[in-house]
Design a protein around this ligand. Structure first.
Ligand SMILES: Nc1ncnc2c1ncn2[C@@H]1O[C@H](COP(=O)(O)OP(=O)(O)OP(=O)(O)O)[C@@H](O)[C@H]1O
Ligand SMILES: N[C@@H](CCO)C(=O)O
Length: 321
């Protein structure tokens, strides 16, 4: 469970003393999530989420993430928004670590998305891209295409340990991705981790997105590619074209893709699978046995890489009717 930081009643009272949220009624650690410590916080003013940022999130990047959440919320997008204290500060500290209090977002994520969920999720992703347009800050994608080969150079032995021969296959993928990677597609702020656990639904309708801590500037269609991998593969490893069509059609109901963007989806999806394969491989090695957080399986993404490698046309289906 991903609650790394304990907070005493005194520490919480001290934090809340800066806000107009009344006194704390309860604070419960949330077991989900792997990056930060999350708490459901109830105060006399209502329900909130308190996030304490652990080491993976760099403190100097928090103004981008928190500013983006506020911008999206102020531009009509259903995302949690940070609460400012009486001095106007949203980035606070507790136990010497940075933290923020954000509004509680209602809804539930789904474990096994249906075609209808995929359509809603696609529409929600386009709404995010549209709402983020004009956000004045920017952040380089430090997990973008240029980072993959240097990252893999440090992980080869780990790849071989997972599956003998894998290192050469990944090297060939990296070379092919570098040669084919698109350069001039429409870009903007992307979520970059738009997985089912970060998207909430109420009554089957899209209700909002959370976890903007990988958000950055990159090609908008790359965000769709991340989502196609995360939402449209079946448990048996097959790619569900109907889900993929629905996700893209939902997206296009709000923001139509250019022919160049649609044509690039196969290489972007191959690259997006590489990105999550590499970070999972890294975390697999870096997580000590018996740690509180169970690392996510890199082989799941190695299988997705194999699908994109062997049948790139799968993702070339155009918009659904
Ligand atoms: N503003 C919010 N409103 C309601 N629930 C939230 C909110 N923020 C987070 N949660 C809940 O807390 C859980 C963990 O949050 P989050 O995904 O941000 O954590 P994380 O540590 O960054 O995890 P990961 O990177 O693995 O997705 C979510 O699955 C969700 O249930
Ligand atoms: N969504 C990521 C985890 C980090 O948020 C993954 O599945 O590898």
């Amino acid at each position: 469970m991903a609650v790394y930081t304990d907070i005493t009643d005194e520490e919480l009272a001290q934090l809340l003393a800066d806000f107009d949220l009344g006194a704390a009624l309860s604070l419960k650690g949330v077991a989900e999530g792997v990056e930060n410590s999350n708490f459901l916080l109830e105060t006399e003013a209502g329900r909130y989420f308190l996030t304490v940022y652990e080491k993976r999130v760099r403190e100097e990047e928090l103004p981008f993430f928190l500013g983006l959440m506020r911008w999206l919320h102020d531009h009509g997008y259903p995302s949690a928004t940070p609460i400012a204290d009486r001095a106007g500060e949203i980035l606070k500290r507790v136990r010497g670590k940075p933290c923020a209090i954000v509004t509680f977002l209602s809804g539930l994520s789904v474990r096994r998305p249906t075609v209808a969920h995929c359509r809603e999720a696609g529409e929600g992703l386009a709404a995010l891209h549209l709402a983020a347009a004009g956000f004045p800050l920017s952040r380089h994608n430090d997990l973008g295409q240029a980072a993959w080969a240097p990252m893999f150079a440090r992980l080869k032995a780990e790849a071989e340990g997972l599956k003998p021969g894998l290192s050469a296959v990944i090297d060939a993928d990296l070379a092919s991705l570098a040669a084919r990677w698109p350069k001039a597609l429409p870009a903007g702020v992307i979520h970059a981790d738009y997985f089912p656990d970060n998207v909430f639904f109420t009554g089957g309708r899209f209700a909002g997105a959370i976890d903007f801590y990988f958000a950055c500037n990159d090609m908008l269609a790359y965000d769709i590619a991340v989502a196609l991998n995360a939402w449209c593969f079946e448990a048996d490893g097959s790619f569900n074209i109907t889900c993929a069509r629905a996700l893209v059609a939902g997206y296009e109901s709000r923001r139509p893709l250019s022919a160049a963007e649609r044509g690039a989806l196969p290489v972007l999806a191959h690259g997006a699978a590489m990105r999550f394969f590499l970070t999972r491989l890294h975390d697999w090695r870096a997580t000590p046995a018996g740690a509180l957080v169970r690392p996510k399986d890199p082989l799941e993404y190695e299988r997705k890489l194999a699908v994109h490698r062997s049948s790139p046309d799968l993702v070339l289906f155009g918009a659904a009717a």
